[in-house]
Design a protein around this ligand. Structure first.
Ligand code: BDR
Ligand code: CA
Length: 329
């Protein structure tokens, strides 16, 4: 079964990724980062989600700021707590006594060649870990992220929030040499929870009802801000290659992060050109491919698969028999 470590900023869709990973994969840890709210709040949310789902998974707190620039968190979209819309339980566990950066390095060392790292918030923790331990990229089975876009952005016309929050960190990660999967907005915006889905969840057990409240808030915010009618399940899409690989298709290509301070800062420049000529005097040559970029998705099938994971989550007894029971990999 695939071992996964989620680096996140919960966050409504992060909360869904945690549940989906725990259901189908061997979730060995959660690290937190600023992003949808301050790192104190995203950490508390991760701990409360672990309590809600009765998960026994270590949580390590990480960076509170990007590498270089001052940061404005994403409270506009995810609310004051970072996960408004439902009352989450008080945490029952504390964070582990290690910084997220060290937790990432130690986990990769322990599970060499097996661990998939899933950054689904700003990339700062992962970049610092790669700089602190240069062997990290080789120890990982891969990095599968939610970030970027091949089309329109959400934070600027061309940049997606997780990459835009810390482009220098994203640049370090994309240049790391680790096998990479990038699932961006071009795909994740198609994976949306509808108001009918929310009604179905609301008629379910305690966990499903909690997610219904979260999605209802998130859907309204996305509708007010971006004019879209569904709650986008961005973050769980990063797990798809290891759970239901056929649901998303990828194109292998070079991806570079725009670091200039102008209009295009944080853009994920995906080189989909099929250059054949050796004569490139006036054409910029392609660099080597570094990423599998998501290009299409079987959206309804994926939403239903995630819905099933939420609806079937046991509400009272221990979740241990339910999680990790039918993974494909
Ligand atoms: C990403 O930004 C956050 O709002 C979400 O949690 C997701 O990781 C989408 O751009
Ligand atoms: Ca996120």
């Amino acid at each position: 079964m695939t071992k996964v470590l989620i680096d996140c900023d919960p966050g409504h869709d992060d909360a869904t990724a945690i549940l989906y990973a725990a259901r189908h994969l061997d979730l060995i840890g959660i690290t937190t980062v600023y992003g949808n709210q301050s790192v104190e709040k995203t950490t508390r949310n991760a701990l409360s989600l672990a309590a809600l789902l009765r998960l026994d998974v270590p949580v390590a707190q990480g960076c509170e700021q990007p590498l270089i620039r001052a940061f404005r968190h994403g409270g506009d979209v995810h609310g004051k707590t970072g996960i408004d819309g439902a009352e989450l339980p008080e945490p029952v566990q504390s964070v582990v006594d290690a910084h997220a950066v060290d937790f990432i390095i130690e986990s990769a060392r322990q599970h060499r060649d097996e661990l998939v790292l899933c950054p689904i918030g700003p990339f700062t923790n992962v970049a610092v870990a790669l700089r602190k331990e240069p062997r990290l990229a080789k120890w990982l089975r891969g990095i599968s992220c939610m970030g970027g876009t091949t089309q329109v952005g959400n934070t600027t016309p061309v940049a997606e929030f997780n990459i835009w929050s810390d482009p220098e960190a994203a640049d370090i990660v994309f240049r790391s040499g680790a096998p990479m999967w990038m699932v961006g907005l071009n795909v994740t915006r198609q994976v949306g929870i509808t108001s009918d889905d929310i009604e179905r969840l609301d008629a379910g057990g305690e966990v499903a009802q909690t997610y219904a409240g979260l999605f209802d808030f998130f859907r309204q915010r996305l509708s007010e801000i971006h004019g879209i009618s569904t709650a986008s399940l961005h973050d769980p899409c990063a797990l798809v290659p290891f759970i239901v690989p056929d649901f998303i298709t990828y194109a292998e290509c070079p991806v570079e992060i725009e670091l200039s301070n102008g209009l295009t800062r944080g853009m994920t420049v995906c080189d989909f050109r099929s250059l054949t000529s050796a004569k490139l005097e006036n054409i910029r040559a392609k660099t080597a491919s570094n990423c599998q970029v998501a290009v299409s998705v079987n959206s309804r099938a994926l939403v239903e698969h995630i819905m099933d994971a939420i609806l079937e989550w046991p509400s009272t007894e221990s979740a241990n028999d339910y999680v990790r029971s039918d993974s494909l990999s």
